[in-house]
Write a protein that binds this ligand. Structure first.
Ligand SMILES: [Ca+2]
Ligand SMILES: [Ca+2]
Ligand SMILES: [Ca+2]
Length: 329
């Protein structure tokens, strides 16, 4: 039987992932399966060659929900940089929706870089849904970062803001006129799956806009059900390519093995309020969001339900009251 101190030492050791060189490329990434509170430890005193440390970080499962993940870098010699790595996008041919979506180029690139001005400094951030999502994480240092770095995983559940109920059919979601920020958005289904083609960075003439701004306009069909809106600043990245009616179709994407994760690359906070609208068959519905923090994605829940008159008719039919007319609002 282990003494308690030995058992404790074993527990501490099991919560710490040491880098294993060579880990200088995505192909060589150290693959770690991490719980919140666990950390990776390594060393890097440069930004090229063997000083690049790649990790494939997979998170443990959790109850279905929206989770914000962070890997926070600390060191006795602060100065390391963390990055999330993704790929480029081969643009879809432009045109009205429905139509093609972009595809991953396979060429690795930066999708998010840590900042010294965030609180805490030097973290990367992404969102997942409790399904063991994973990301490619890269750390590098400078000639002065001689002490080891530690990258600690944090997880926080995000409760989406409820936007209410909308009519089925065509719904237009727009930030045009509501902000001068370069916005980007994507729609997720009730099971937290990004719906292919249901995203927009910049509005376009093909999508029903003018194509003159960097605000977002997404006009799509909605069947009854629960949906989530992910609203952020340029550039948002998930595993999906941009649809043909997005005016900017070459934004960075995540690799296929990173499916389910989503992030924003924007490191600076935007305290200005953001107005946005939902337009369904009942009219225009105005909403306002407070500012967006570094890398933050704002999450909203909305529900599409059959028209009230149809529901009432169904209820009336069920109870045999079909002869009684109801007054529509
Ligand atoms: Ca290293
Ligand atoms: Ca390395
Ligand atoms: Ca945009």
């Amino acid at each position: 039987m282990l003494s308690s101190s030995v058992a404790m030492a074993a527990l501490i050791a099991s919560a710490q992932y040491m880098e294993s060189e060579p880990n200088d490329s995505r192909a060589q990434a150290n693959y770690f399966f991490m719980s919140p509170g666990e950390w990776i430890e390594g060393t890097s005193t440069g930004s090229t060659g063997s000083e690049l440390d790649y990790f494939r970080v997979q998170t443990v499962s959790a109850a279905p929900a929206i989770y914000r993940y962070r890997l926070i870098l600390t060191s006795d010699t602060a100065g390391h940089t963390g990055e999330i790595r993704g790929q480029g996008q081969t643009a879809a041919t432009p045109g009205p929706w429905p139509g093609p979506v972009g595809t991953g180029s396979g060429v690795e690139g930066l999708v998010q870089r840590s900042s010294t001005t965030t609180n805490p400094p030097r973290f990367v951030q992404w969102y997942g849904f409790g399904r063991q999502e994973q990301i490619y994480y890269r750390v590098f240092g400078t000639s002065s970062t001689t002490a080891p770095y530690r990258a600690t995983l944090e997880r926080l559940e995000i409760i989406p803001t409820d936007l209410g109920i909308f009519q089925p059919g065509t719904i237009a979601i727009s930030t045009i006129g509501g902000t001068t920020l370069n916005t980007e958005l994507w729609i997720y289904d009730a099971g937290f799956n990004a719906i292919p083609g249901y995203g927009n960075d910049d509005e376009s003439a093909d999508g029903g806009g003018t194509g003159a701004t960097t605000q977002s306009l997404l006009v799509r069909q909605y069947a009854p059900g629960v949906y989530y809106l992910a609203l952020t600043r340029f550039s948002m990245a998930n595993e999906h390519g941009s649809p043909c009616d997005d005016d900017f179709r070459t934004g960075a994407m995540l690799f296929p093995e990173n499916a389910g994760a989503v992030l924003s690359s924007a490191a600076t906070s935007s305290p200005t309020a953001i107005g946005f609208t939902f337009t369904d068959s009942a009219g225009v519905h105005n909403f306002s969001a407070s500012g967006i923090g570094p890398y933050e994605i704002l999450w909203y829940r909305f529900e599409v339900v059959p028209e009230p008159s149809s529901l009432l008719a169904l209820v009336a039919g069920a109870v045999g009251l079909l002869g009684i007319r109801h007054r529509s609002r």
